[in-house]
Design a protein around this ligand. Structure first.
Ligand code: ADP
Ligand code: GLC
Length: 490
């Protein structure tokens, strides 16, 4: 007998292409679309940020979800829910409209009401289901922004029998961001009369931690790669949550992210000038030419082009790049295309590097999906020397685009890239272990040397392009796990 479709409410602060700062957006969108395609009833809720580009979207108010209100602490908030459909997908998205909280220039802010913005989202996910009479099997929450939903199901909304068979899942995409606030927001959290529900040691220190609360209350915890699931149990990567995670180890599973193979398909990619695939890879060279011209880099196929697309934060190993690249670029011939924005000290570094090596380094400061695709298609190698990397998506995009990833063996990078051995012809990238300048220097030299060995390089590129990191397998793991935590008989 075929299994019954699941009813899922997925709530996230980001969703590609509507609202994106990083991989969370890609995963929320692609996993939802996969579940929808599989016939599950999935309702996805994100905030209707004013930063969402609505030009190419058809947005309609959901008549049954207009002019609603909610009381959060002393705040009376009015909201409505609109719907839209993702470009090229069938999936319907619910947009939580509350201009008072979401009309800001950016998705995240450092405003004093940041906690409110995501308490609202976490509670409205539940109230939206109530208004729709939708009893989800699973609430799927992502990162700290929606990590309070599991707490609310077990406290503020525990009275509602609509949710008696509902289970909650929290996926940790990045433990580096926990949503830590002053305990004065207890009232806004709705926990002023029952602070015993929260982590007492934090309260004693005068703070509350949204992610930690989610770790305490969700029925299942997942993170975005098996290696990261292991790493966060220790003090180096656990960022203070390791003890609690060890207590909940039986409920913690690492599932490697998949990638959206429609959006990231070099044969069908409308954002790159020359489509190609593993059968005919000739377009890759032309993309390289086009990219180097566009970025005003000296274009010559003999010069390997190294790409970086990244949030510029310490997580991404930019410190190592700072220590190694300025020296290496004087010793070896290569060009560098960098797309990213973030911490001013890193932006300054890449800006100065570009100033010094104008024909060999291009730094595009900002966010550009088109340029991200062009860099994946046009580069020979892609650099991700991350200090930690829960999963990482660009190394997977790189593999599919025949761009050799150079990565540090951590988190999802360790699970998705294998060191190439010229003698056996096996492996998909260059992988180094230590978080040190000498290890990165070794990796870059190894990649540049290998690039000169055309036969090995071709093999390495082809090995990568043959990998399948689609959602087909990974999405099924989520479905199987969701079923395992449901009350028996579902
Ligand atoms: P993280 O979520 O930690 O930033 P991931 O590798 O999982 O890292 O995902 C990053 C995603 O964001 C990728 O889709 C990448 O292409 C995209 N991205 C990062 N920076 C930029 C940028 N400046 N412009 C366009 N896309 C970017
Ligand atoms: C996070 C992580 C990244 C991961 C992404 C999607 O932002 O930093 O490694 O790929 O989430 O899960």
């Amino acid at each position: 007998m075929p299994e019954k479709p699941l009813k899922i409410c997925l709530v996230s602060s980001e969703l590609t292409p509507l609202a994106k700062t990083g991989g969370l957006a890609d995963v929320s969108a692609a996993l939802s679309a996969f579940l929808d395609n599989k016939g599950h009833d999935i309702r996805v809720l994100i905030p209707f940020y004013s930063a969402i580009d609505t030009k190419s979207l058809e947005i309609a108010p959901d008549p049954s979800l207009q002019n609603l209100s909610i009381r959060i602490g002393n705040h009376h908030l009015n909201y409505s829910i609109d719907t839209t459909t993702l470009p090229n997908k069938a999936l319907k998205i619910y947009l939580l409209r509350c201009p008072e909280l979401y009309d800001r220039p950016s998705i995240y802010t450092d405003g004093s009401d940041e906690h409110l913005r995501f308490i609202l989202l976490s509670r409205v996910a539940i109230e939206m289901c109530q208004h729709m009479g939708f009893a989800p099997d699973i609430f799927h929450c992502h990162d700290w922004h929606t990590a309070l939903t599991p707490l609310y199901l077990k406290t503020l909304y525990a009275w509602d029998s609509l949710f008696e068979n509902t289970r909650s899942v929290l996926t940790i995409h990045n433990i580096g961001y926990q949503g830590i606030f002053d305990a004065r927001i207890l009232h806004d959290m709705g926990m002023q009369d029952s602070p015993e529900n929260l982590y007492q040691e934090d309260l004693a220190l005068g703070r509350v931690n949204f992610l930690k609360t989610g770790v305490l209350y969700s029925d299942l915890l997942t993170t975005v790669s098996p290696t990261y699931a292991n790493e966060i149990l220790g003090s180096t990567y656990g960022m203070g949550l390791q003890d609690l995670l060890r207590q909940r180890q039986d409920s913690l599973v690492g599932i490697l992210n998949g990638m959206d193979t429609d959006e990231w398909n070099p044969r069908k990619d409308a954002l790159i000038p020359y489509p190609y695939d593993a059968r005919d890879i000739s377009g890759k060279k032309e993309n390289k030419q086009a990219l180097m011209q566009e970025l005003e880099l000296d274009s010559n196929d003999d010069i390997p082009l190294l790409g970086i697309v990244s949030r510029l934060t310490s997580q991404k190993g930019i410190d190592l790049i700072q220590q190694v690249v300025p020296k290496l670029i004087q010793q070896r011939r290569f060009a560098l295309a960098v797309l990213g924005s973030g911490e001013p000290r890193y932006e300054k570094f890449f800006g100065e590097l570009q100033g010094r090596y104008r024909n060999h380094v291009c730094f595009y400061r900002g966010f550009s999906n088109k340029l991200a695709h062009m860099i994946e298609a046009g580069s020979d190698m892609f650099l991700m020397p991350s200090q930690f990397e829960p999963c990482g998506l660009n190394q997977m995009y790189s593999l599919r685009y025949g761009t050799v990833p150079i990565v540090r063996r951590t988190g999802g990078l360790a699970d998705s890239v294998q060191l190439f051995e010229p003698s056996s012809g096996k492996g998909t990238g260059i992988v180094f272990d230590d978080y040190s300048a000498s290890a990165l220097e070794w990796a870059l030299n190894a990649a540049l040397d290998l690039y000169q060995d055309k036969k090995s390089w071709r093999k390495l590129v082809r090995n990568g392009m043959a990998m399948d990191y689609s959602w087909k397998h990974q999405g099924q793991i989520y479905i199987d796990l969701f079923r395992q935590i449901l009350p028996t008989g579902k």
